[in-house]
Design a protein around this ligand. Sequence first.
Ligand code: ZN
Ligand code: ZN
Length: 129
Amino acid sequence: MNKQRYSRQREIVLNAVKARRDHPTADQIYLDVRSVDEKISRGTVYRNLNLLAENGDISTVNSPSAERYDLRCDKHYHVICRTCKKVFDAPVEYNRDLDSYVSDETNFKIENHVMIFEGVCPDCQKENK
Ligand SMILES: [Zn+2]
Ligand SMILES: [Zn+2]
């Protein structure tokens, strides 16, 4: 595989992540990418997702159902629907004070913390009525 083709594929994968706001899974990204380039393989998409995450171009969310990808790389919290498993950004500012507090109390070098709010999204609430 030559370098040019390689980076073009990575670009397609990156654009697919950036096109969504719902923190897609690798499988969802694969389906989106296939609609742009039908020759790209699942392995290539997964490998590029890992590389992009390692490079800090995108980040990952360890949601209870599956690992999901996030176009935002700044620290932020998430809201997860327990019915449809969609993940959204929580409108709460990241609390750095918690990191320093826990760091002081435990002598850990705290790097970050993860907060996930769980519930039922507006769409799923409508369906259950
Ligand atoms: Zn839902
Ligand atoms: Zn997010």
